[in-house]
Design a protein around this ligand. Structure first.
Ligand code: KIV
Ligand code: ZN
Length: 525
């Protein structure tokens, strides 16, 4: 491998999906995996096959369908985990098993109750087992950031000897600082005699906001794989953000001398898709993919950028797939103009999808007159969500009365299973609550609304409101999203979107039988 190339190992579908409330269904994971392949990541960590039958099936389908990147499955250093991962990955053209075991004293003593010798012995046995299924085996000493260095060196040497081709050094709790982490990677390079037989990878968590800085320090000291996620999703405060580390390497190639194979023009589109499907909005001032990342507000900055972009812009927005300064479409724009604009934005719709996007576009253009790129993206997002969730219920009509009296909502929905239209009215503490109470009564599935947020897609009084909600059914969380110029309509559609995902989940149980009911195992990550 070229010594200056950095491999991008994307773990959005595994660590990213462990973000509280970010659960994705099988179809959504497949959609994201295809997008990651377009982005040209080197490795997709598609899931943790033993954790549930849903995860197993998603890894299996990704292994079957997604070509290009290596498909990886996570497994604790246990026979059953490794066998399950191997089974899920079986159809992949290029597959990797990623196995891990706790390596810090805290993990060894309190979680695993293993001595250091037992830990090395188990890690070696499990790497050999993984090796019997695939040449490509990655090993992680979990919580390496807090592990004793001499023990870590010994463990790394032993697993490489057993056949590990990548050794990943995780800062599992986001505790380490950049200089310390850089020194640790350098020490691994200096002290582990067989280190040249493996690639050093890093996996940094963001608890102290240092995940990207720590990953960069590791690369400057010899690591050549970064584990990262789109939008920095992941356990707790998340992981190293893919878009940030990739754009740092690209923008500062002059001083870092490293590169990735990422197709950066796909970054915005992938970020959007992941945010849309996980229901995790991207913070406005987020580097690279936030709505304000390329916005210049102050007069001095605007003046400078108009004279020469380089005055205040270190990245051309087109490098990450954003195009600026285009005229908005309007009520007179035809289907052809819409198709062209959507293609420029990276959406290639087939005729039937284009027809339905056009109908929605016309409705919006009649209300708003000027339809911006952001509006178009929200239209396609909605269609995209519909395409990855079976629709059980559809909103037909909504009427809301509010003011100083009792907020009341009358809702009519269609059940697409039997084409029955049902309706009811309900009171609520406010208009949104009244809408939810009415829908809940109609769908008859107990669920709790645990999160509701509304943002405007663009500026102006006629802007569309984007509603993201989360509902809880037993221990499972489902997100829903919708956008509309009327936020009560958006709220009702977002709620039905989440309810449709819940129905999808329940119908999978019915189809697969209770035997295969995803048993959520307690994962000691
Ligand atoms: O954070 C961590 O240590 C992990 C490992 C499984 C690599 O996610
Ligand atoms: Zn992690």
């Amino acid at each position: 491998m070229d010594p200056n190339k950095v491999l991008i190992f994307d773990t959005t579908l595994r660590d990213g999906e462990q973000s509280p409330g970010a659960s994705l269904n099988e179809a959504e994971k497949i959609k994201i995996a295809h997008e990651l392949a377009k982005l040209k990541v080197d490795v997709i960590e598609a899931g943790f096959p033993i954790s549930s039958s849903g995860d197993f099936n998603a890894v299996h389908r990704i292994a079957l369908e997604v070509e290009g990147p290596i498909i990886c499955g996570l497994a604790r250093a246990k026979e059953s985990d490794i066998e399950k991962a191997a089974q899920a990955l079986e159809p992949a053209k290029k597959k990797r098993i990623h196995t891990f075991i706790g390596a810090s004293n805290i993990h060894l003593e309190h979680k695993l109750k293993l001595t250091k010798t037992q830990c090395i012995e188990q890690a070696v046995r499990m790497v050999r087992l993984a090796k019997s299924f695939t040449e490509d085996v990655e090993f992680s000493p979990e919580d390496a950031g807090r592990a004793e260095h001499d023990f870590l060196f010994e463990l790394v040497e032993a697993v490489i000897e057993a056949g590990a081709t990548t050794v990943n050094i995780p800062d599992t709790v986001g505790y380490i600082t950049p200089v310390e982490f850089g020194n640790l990677i350098k020490a691994i390079k200096d002290k582990v005699p067989n280190i040249n037989q493996a690639i050093i990878s890093v996996h940094c968590h963001n608890d102290l906001g240092l995940a990207v800085a720590n990953s960069l320090a590791a690369l400057q000291n010899g690591a050549r794989q970064v584990e990262c996620t789109i939008n920095g999703l992941g356990e707790r405060a998340g992981n190293c953000a893919l878009e940030e580390i990739v754009m740092i390497l690209r923008t500062r190639k002059d001083c870092l001398g490293l590169y990735t194979d990422i197709k950066t023009t796909e970054i915005s589109r992938t970020s959007h898709l992941v945010s849309n499907l996980t229901g995790f909005p991207v913070q406005k001032n987020k580097a690279i993919v936030g709505a304000n990342a390329f916005a210049h507000e102050s007069g001095i900055h605007q003046d400078g950028v108009l004279k020469n972009k380089n005055t205040y812009e270190i990245i051309d927005p087109s490098e990450v797939g954003l195009r600026t300064n285009r005229l908005p479409l309007g009520p007179r724009s035809g289907k052809h103009a819409l198709k062209n604009r959507l293609e420029e934005l990276g959406f290639h719709l087939v005729d039937i999808q284009l027809d339905s996007a056009y109908l929605r576009f016309k409705e919006l253009a009649d209300k708003k007159k000027q339809v911006s790129d952001k509006d178009l993206i929200s239209i396609v997002d909605e269609k995209e969500r519909e395409s990855v969730t079976n629709t059980f219920y559809k909103l037909e009509r909504l009427q809301v009365a509010c003011g100083s009296g009792l907020p009341t909502a009358s809702v009519q929905i269609r059940s697409l299973k039997d084409e029955k239209v049902v309706q009811t009215s309900a009171l609520g503490t406010g208009p949104v609550d009244a809408v939810y109470q009415a829908i809940k009564e109609l769908v008859e599935i107990p669920n709790e609304l645990i999160e509701f947020s509304v943002h405007s897609v663009t500026e102006g009084i006629d802007a569309q409101g984007e509603v993201t909600i989360r509902i809880k059914y037993q221990n499972k969380i489902f997100s829903g999203y919708s956008a509309d110029t009327d936020i009560l309509n958006a709220s009702a559609k977002a709620y039905l979107n989440a309810v449709n995902k819940l129905c999808d989940f329940l119908s999978n149980f019915e189809e697969r039988g209770s035997e295969n009911k995803p048993k959520e195992i307690l994962i000691d990550l």
